[in-house]
Design a protein around this ligand. Structure first.
Ligand SMILES: C[S@@+](CC[C@H](N)C(=O)[O-])C[C@H]1O[C@@H](n2cnc3c(N)ncnc32)[C@H](O)[C@@H]1O
Length: 446
């Protein structure tokens, strides 16, 4: 059956169907404790050299010795480029950069920042390896290399996750489990991925191995749970490929449900290991709130939620829309999305597992229309197939959620050349201490 037919056939029944029925969808702890006092210091820190000129510090400040970075691996791990810049200054910098990029299209509103820009990441990844003397280390690859920068504690990650990772290092030692060597392909233990629920407190630990057998598996799980009873699920993922991807295809649930749940904007969401979920739960609620406000829904609209992930934006918007059609490429995310519609008792949303561009082209070719399109593509932005199909579908409003203002500007150029006007753009600081900035933009049909 062609996808076009699938679309037509499903027209009458916009219910989320169960997944099965959706067949047609094509170191010893050398840790530095960061106390509240240090957090205050962070806010008062002088900017890095390059920034000091711009910030024109007072003469007395300029005479002070350079402030040591808050993080022992700052500059080595490749993340947190803005870590030592006072938060207000980070926000100003992002505001200016976004305004510059979006200037040809519309004015940019005031950036939405955080009250506490620390430990916001609900998704934490650590690569495992060992030193020449056999000591197990975990951390992050130095950018562009396979050299592991050991990390004990990270200022932007959930501290519960960091504590679990440190203890897993100890368990590898006691269980005599070898870490995987990227160059030779020998060894077993590759990565740990942790997801934490901000409201639910649930924690998922994904152990990524180079091959499927974890020695003394049951005892290992028991020992980990004893150290961290707060863990609600443990998943074993197998990645035997020489690849920069963290997760492999095959997974077995070792303990618990195999996913976590969390709340966003009053709804509950199930999140499994391979599905996308925004990393900053506090800012996500603000972002989604703005996106839905920009859409100005009245309850009568036919809405498309493109690149929907686990269904979040569409499901949150569904109360204010007549119907929502959601599309997502990742099958696991779609499975979560269907479960999420059910657990929230939502019946006017329907999910498609497809490439968003292909799906939208099929809708456009089938003469379909939409009132509002939410689009939230990956960092690379959207493609012409998608954008040209949106134009054909002729929605009154497009709400573009973007994690890269450069690709947002590129796509705005296309849309504004083809009958749309950018009305509003709101930066949301989803990634404090880093150079990245999320944005939400409203386009209206001229
Ligand atoms: C930035 S995330 C947004 C997800 C969701 N809107 C949210 O806020 O959680 C982008 C999503 O697009 C999906 N994706 C990537 N390429 C895609 C494509 N070509 N077609 C459809 N979905 C795609 C990814 O799997 C991911 O779930």
């Amino acid at each position: 059956m062609t996808s076009e037919k699938k679309f037509k056939n499903n027209k009458k029944n916009y219910k989320a169907k169960p997944a099965g029925k959706q067949k047609q969808w094509t170191g010893k702890k050398e840790s530095v404790k960061y106390t509240e006092k240090k957090k205050t210091d962070f806010k008062k820190n002088t900017a890095p050299k390059g920034e000091q000129k711009k910030a024109a510090p007072k003469k007395t400040e300029a005479k002070k010795p350079a402030t040591k970075s808050l993080c022992p691996v700052h500059g080595k791990c490749g993340g947190c480029q803005l870590l030592d810049m006072p938060y207000e200054q980070q926000l100003k910098r992002k505001q200016t950069e976004v305004a510059k990029l979006l200037k040809p299209y519309c004015q940019v509103e005031k950036i939405i920042g955080m009250d506490d820009p620390f430990h916001y990441r609900n998704k934490v990844h650590a690569v495992f390896g060992h030193k020449k003397d056999g000591t197990v280390i975990s951390g992050i690859y130095q950018e562009g290399t396979h050299f592991i920068v050991p990390v004990d504690e990270c200022l932007i990650e959930d501290q519960r996750a960091d504590a679990i990772i440190r203890d897993i290092r100890g368990l590898l030692k006691s269980f005599k489990i070898k870490t995987y060597n990227e160059d030779t392909g020998y060894g077993l233990f590759r990565h740990v991925l942790i997801r934490t629920g901000y409201h639910s407190g649930q924690i998922m630990v994904v152990l990524v191995l180079g091959s499927p057998i974890l020695p003394s598996k049951n005892n290992f799980v028991k020992a980990l749970r004893k150290l961290h009873p707060e863990i609600t699920t443990i998943v074993l993922n197998v990645n035997g490929q020489k690849t920069s991807m963290v997760l492999g295809e095959k997974e077995t649930v070792l303990y618990g449900k195999g996913y976590i749940e969390d709340e966003l904007c009053g709804k509950t969401f199930r999140i499994s290991s391979k599905s996308f979920y925004q990393v900053n739960p506090v800012q996500t609620e603000k972002l989604y709130g703005k996106a839905i406000e920009l859409a100005g829904l009245t309850g009568k609209e036919r809405v498309i939620d493109a690149y929907c992930g686990i269904g979040t934006i569409g499901l949150i918007a569904s109360d204010k829309a007549k119907e929502v059609i959601s599309v997502e490429l990742n099958f696991d995310a779609v499975r979560d999305a269907i479960a999420n519609a059910k657990r929230n008792g939502i019946k006017n949303v329907r999910f498609y597992n497809n490439d968003a561009g292909v799906f939208m082209r099929q809708m456009a070719d089938a003469g379909e229309s939409a009132d509002v399109v939410f689009m939230d593509p990956p960092r690379s932005g959207s493609d012409e197939k998608f954008l040209s199909s949106v134009i054909t579908l002729h929605p009154k409003k497009i709400v573009y959620v973007s994690c890269d203002p450069t690709t947002l500007a590129r796509d705005l150029k296309y849309l504004t050349k083809h009958g749309y006007k950018a009305r509003r753009a709101i930066p949301v600081d989803m990634f404090p201490a880093t150079e990245h900035c999320e944005n939400c933009a409203l386009l209206e049909r001229k």
